[in-house]
Each structure stands twice: as structure tokens, then as C-alpha cells.
Design a protein around this ligand. Structure first.
Ligand SMILES: [Mg+2]
Length: 259
């Protein structure tokens, strides 16, 4: 039986007053928080898929691309050893590399070789002007306001640091990276591990209770809360519903977070 929408709890948005709680740092998720989830799945991933063949045909002999292809060859050997059935792979044959990359994308694989190659394809697209990123309309003004209020702003996302920087440098409204002080990806630890948040606070030179973490995923909030950070759940159009958390701050826009 489908849930009756009229009986679902509608989250109420609240205003967060940072100075009242002595919060001096903001840590932001990207997907579902600053950026529509649809941008990632409907623009970013399809762009990489559509351009991998053209990109590799131009850059296959570049040292850093050869490094990625080497990682993919190792990953392919492991897939075969694990009894999976990837398409055949030959490092010297472009169509076979493209075929394997598409297969990895179909599996939604998050391996280093694939991520690194995707990052390079996005970078080329952003620089050529054929790819532009998307943030919610309230994001640029909020980043600028917090920055001008002397707050530290950092990003924590599963996308690579390069992919994060490119995203904020190429929004439809322009480059907003001058308002962002630090970027963290999962090389610092998983997003659902409290230790990742402890390490980030330590790198930012803040105590955890001086930092507010904003994300759309409740398991990430729980990890940050365990580490002692303040937290707010960001509810955006297109985000999957999250389990109800007691006394959780809920925001619908970064406008709700003020110094
Ligand atoms: Mg997210």
C-alpha cells in the first residue's frame, strides 16, 4: 500500500543563527545541498559518457591519461578475477577502453581510475564552455554573505576536489570559488564516519562545536553529530525523503543560515 501523502510529516524550515551558537565555520555537502541531484545524474555523468571517446582519442598519449588507463587495466584484471564479465580490454585499442569505461559507468563504479578520467573530461568541457554547472539560486549570495561576515566555508563531497573546484568555478552565475576556503573529498574518510568530520575540523583549526555541517542525507548528519558538529538537514526539490530525526534543524535554503 502506498503511503498517504497527507499523513506524512512536512518538515518545517527553521532559521539558524550562527553567532548565537558561536559557529564560525560552515561545512557544505554538494549533491542535494548546493546543487540539484539531477545535475549530477542528468548532466555531469551523461557528459562524461558522451565525450569519453573523443577525449581519449585526443589525449591517450598524455602521461596522466596513460596513468588512468593503467589503473583501468588493473581494475579490469580484478573484475575478470572476481568472476565478473566486463567487455574485453586492450590498453592500445581505443574502442575497447571506451567500452570498458561505459561498462564501469553502467555499474556506477566509483573507482579512482574512472573518477580521475571523468574529472579530466569535465575539466575539458568546463574550459571549452560546453559544460556549465548548476547551484541552487540562493547559493552564490549565501557564500558571499558568509565570506563577508568572516566565516570559514568548506566543502565536503564524494566528488574529487578537482571536480568540486570546477563545479563552483563554472556556475551559470559565474565563479564563486573566491568565497570558499577549503575542499575535502573522501580521501579524508567516508561521509558516514565521525572521524572524517573530526579530521576536517582539525584541518580547519576549529573545534567541532564551532562548525555547522549542512547536507541532505541523515546518515551523514548522524556521523557529524557524533563528532560534535552542529548540523542541519537541507531539504531541496528532488531529494529523496530522509528518516525523521529528533530535534534536527531543517532548512530549505541557505538563506535560512545567518551570522
Ligand atoms: Mg548530498
Amino acid at each position: 500500500m502506498l503511503p498517504n501523502p497527507s499523513r506524512e510529516t512536512v518538515p518545517i524550515s527553521m532559521t539558524v543563527k550562527l553567532s548565537a551558537q558561536n559557529i564560525r565555520g560552515l561545512l557544505l555537502d554538494i549533491e542535494g545541498t548546493t546543487t540539484p541531484i539531477a545535475f549530477v545524474y542528468e548532466v555531469l555523468f551523461p557528459f562524461a559518457r558522451a565525450h569519453v571517446s573523443e577525449y581519449l582519442s585526443r589525449h591517450l598519449t598524455d602521461d596522466d591519461v596513460r596513468l588512468d588507463v593503467g589503473r583501468l587495466r588493473e581494475e579490469h584484471a580484478k573484475d575478470v578475477a572476481d568472476g565478473l564479465s566486463p567487455p574485453p580490454f586492450q590498453s592500445s585499442e581505443l574502442p575497447s577502453i571506451v567500452g570498458y569505461v561505459h561498462w564501469l559507468m553502467n555499474c556506477d563504479r566509483k573507482s579512482t581510475g574512472l573518477k580521475s578520467l571523468q574529472g579530466k573530461i569535465w575539466e575539458a568541457g568546463y574550459r571549452a564552455g560546453t559544460l556549465r554547472s548548476e547551484v541552487f539560486p540562493d547559493v552564490p549570495a549565501a557564500l558571499e554573505r558568509w565570506h563577508n561576515d568572516g566565516l570559514q566555508v568548506a566543502i565536503f563531497s564524494s566528488g574529487s576536489v578537482l571536480a568540486q573546484q570546477l563545479l563552483f568555478a563554472h556556475t551559470a552565475g559565474g565563479d564563486v570559488t573566491q568565497f570558499i576556503d577549503a575542499y575535502f573529498d573522501t580521501t579524508i574518510g567516508p561521509k558516514n564516519d565521525p572521524d572524517s568530520y573530526r579530521r576536517i575540523c582539525s584541518e580547519l583549526h576549529f573545534n567541532p562545536e564551532q562548525v555547522l555541517f549542512i547536507t541532505d542525507v541523515s546518515t551523514e548528519l548522524e556521523a557529524a553529530i557524533k563528532a560534535g558538529l552542529h548540523s542541519a538537514l537541507c531539504v531541496r526539490p528532488g531529494n529523496p525523503p530522509q528518516p525523521k530525526m529528533n530535534e534536527q534543524l531543517i532548512i530549505r535554503s541557505l538563506d535560512d543560515v545567518k551570522d
